[in-house]
Design a protein around this ligand. Structure first.
Ligand code: ATP
Ligand code: MG
Length: 243
């Protein structure tokens, strides 16, 4: 499971995360929603130590640590537990599609190149772009590039995948294909945390929805609880303004 306990994060005197705690069970999909600036991206970045939280405890799979007591080796282990899919893909522009997917396998996991290519091709097939394996990212549509990003995230077989607004940079015509790929991965019981503004998608895919505002979790529950029967005024306002 993922267990996040009492995470706090400030940038100078701006408190961005105020005592965040939540759990994600193995195989669960948790969707985080909330207004711009509420701390959603910072939270994901704190969980894999792209940002160092100020205080708190993080447990992901079989790695458990206190953010101020962990040694480098434990931190590296924690980082290896998750992969991130970014809004802006962040693909290597000078590598082919297949090389983008196999890079971490060859460099971090020290897999031999041929074996890595086999894994990479299998993943590209899963996300429906095996035919683009030898292209460079620039030749692909936004939706195709993001599917490469997803295949790359899957390559190291992480305990969990974090998605930070995976469709927000896409032209509307490419959103559906990327959401379908994410749903397919979810159906294989991959543990996932997804930050998204796609409310219909959130309702369909989430086991649990977390609503964040101003650095706190205002409310969390099933999609029905949050979307149909929100309890807090702040949640109701956000959902109202969204429509
Ligand atoms: P959005 O929906 O727009 O992506 P968000 O919920 O992901 O918003 P964050 O990106 O986590 O919000 O930002 C939360 C707050 O922290 C914002 O006020 C932002 O300006 C601030 N912030 C984020 N990263 C940094 C940083 N590296 N340095 C200083 N302030 C930061
Ligand atoms: Mg964000």
């Amino acid at each position: 499971m993922i267990r996040v306990s009492n995470i706090r994060k400030s940038f100078k005197d701006h408190v961005v995360l105020k005592d965040i705690s939540f759990d994600v069970n193995e195989g669960e999909v948790v969707v985080i929603i909330g207004p711009s600036g509420s701390g959603k991206s910072t939270l994901l970045r704190c969980l894999n130590f792209l940002e160092k939280p100020d205080v708190g405890q993080i447990e992901i799979g079989d790695v458990k640590l206190d953010v101020n007591k962990a040694n480098r080796q434990t931190l590296n282990k924690l980082r290896m537990q998750t992969s991130m899919v970014f809004q802006h893909y962040n693909l290597f522009k000078n590598k082919t599609v297949l090389e983008n997917v196999t890079h971490a396998l060859v460099v971090a996991k020290r897999m031999n190149k041929e074996a890595a290519k086999e894994v990479g091709r299998d993943l590209l097939k899963q996300v429906g772009i095996l035919d683009k394996q030898n292209q460079y990212p620039i030749r692909l549509s936004g939706g195709q590039q993001q599917r490469v990003g997803i295949a790359r995230a899957l390559a190291v077989n992480p305990y969990a995948i974090f998605f930070d607004e995976p469709t927000s940079s896409l032209d509307p015509e490419w959103v559906g294909e990327v959401l379908r790929v994410i749903s397919k991965i979810a159906s294989h019981n991959k543990t996932m945390i997804i930050v998204t503004h796609e409310m219909n998608f959130a309702r369909e895919i989430a086991d649990k929805v977390i609503f964040m505002a101003d650095g706190v979790i205002v409310e969390q529950g099933t999609p029905e609880e949050i979307f149909d029967y929100p309890q807090k005024e702040r949640t109701k306002k956000f959902l109202r303004d969204f429509h």
